[in-house]
Write a protein that binds this ligand. Structure first.
Ligand code: DX5
Ligand code: ZN
Length: 231
């Protein structure tokens, strides 16, 4: 089951399952889908580009059934081009690769599209958005990391706002409009500001799954993001 992202109304809160209970992963996703979540974020880590190891396409495939939501797979792995077939078969709608892992970034983005998935590119906190100048017209989404990749629950890096402003300028110059996503440290204190800064997709892991009531937290983040836009 694949989902067309044009069905979505932005900004959206995208729960990151990294902070969920993996012993009950299907119900952890279902409960937020039932609450209205229509975009889920999957963090794949290889123990090399980042120290932790998480999961692969088998997990994505096993939770895909009955969930008619957009699945974006954030690949924090070396040689991401080797995994594209497997993630496409698993039901992923989008694969996002790190600028820092792709010496042949144009080729990798092209390969993602050839596998019929949307393509995202992501930059680490210390990588300026200017490096995306020659690829930005070819991607469907730009992800700005607001923490160093590898772990949930880290504090939001404030410099992210400057990077969002830089990105906006680059998009204006290039006259292109990919989706903009922020990942890391998203919580009820910064959701409104990020939505107001033009972020379409706000990834939230620990602020949803480690909350006493994950559904209430999802609703609170969603309404703050929407309220800022409509205000
Ligand atoms: C970190 C991951 C994030 C992580 C965010 O490397 O890319 O998606 O789940 O977690 P929080 O929302 O807790 O910062
Ligand atoms: Zn992520």
């Amino acid at each position: 089951m694949k989902k067309n992202k044009t069905d979505l109304r932005f900004p959206v809160i995208a729960p990151s399952i990294l902070s969920a209970d993996f012993g009950h992963i299907r119900s952890e996703i279902q409960i937020l889908y039932d609450a209205g979540a229509r975009w889920f974020h999957f963090d794949v880590m290889d123990g090399s580009f980042v120290p932790p190891i998480t999961f692969g396409p088998q997990l994505v495939e096993s939770v895909r059934k009955n969930i008619d939501a957009f699945f974006d797979v954030h690949l924090m792995i070396e040689n991401p081009e080797r995994q594209l077939s497997a993630f496409n078969d698993s039901g992923a709608d989008m694969v996002t690769v790190h600028y820092e892992t792709c010496p042949h970034l144009h080729y990798v983005i092209d390969q993602i599209h050839k596998h019929n998935m949307d393509a995202g590119v992501v930059v680490n906190p210390a990588t300026p958005v200017s490096v995306l100048s020659d690829i930005i017209a070819s991607v469907d989404l730009v992800l700005i990391m607001a923490v160093n990749p590898g772990w949930g629950g880290q504090p939001f890096i404030d410099h992210t706002y400057q990077k969002l402003a830089d990105l906006k300028q680059l998009l204006n110059v290039k006259q292109v409009q990919p989706l903009v996503q922020v990942d890391g440290g998203v919580n009820k204190n910064n959701t409104g500001n990020l939505a107001a800064a033009g972020v379409h997709v706000l990834v939230a892991g620990s602020s949803i799954y480690h909350a006493t009531d994950p559904v209430a937290s999802f609703h609170e983040l969603s309404s703050q993001a929407t309220r800022t836009i409509t205000a």
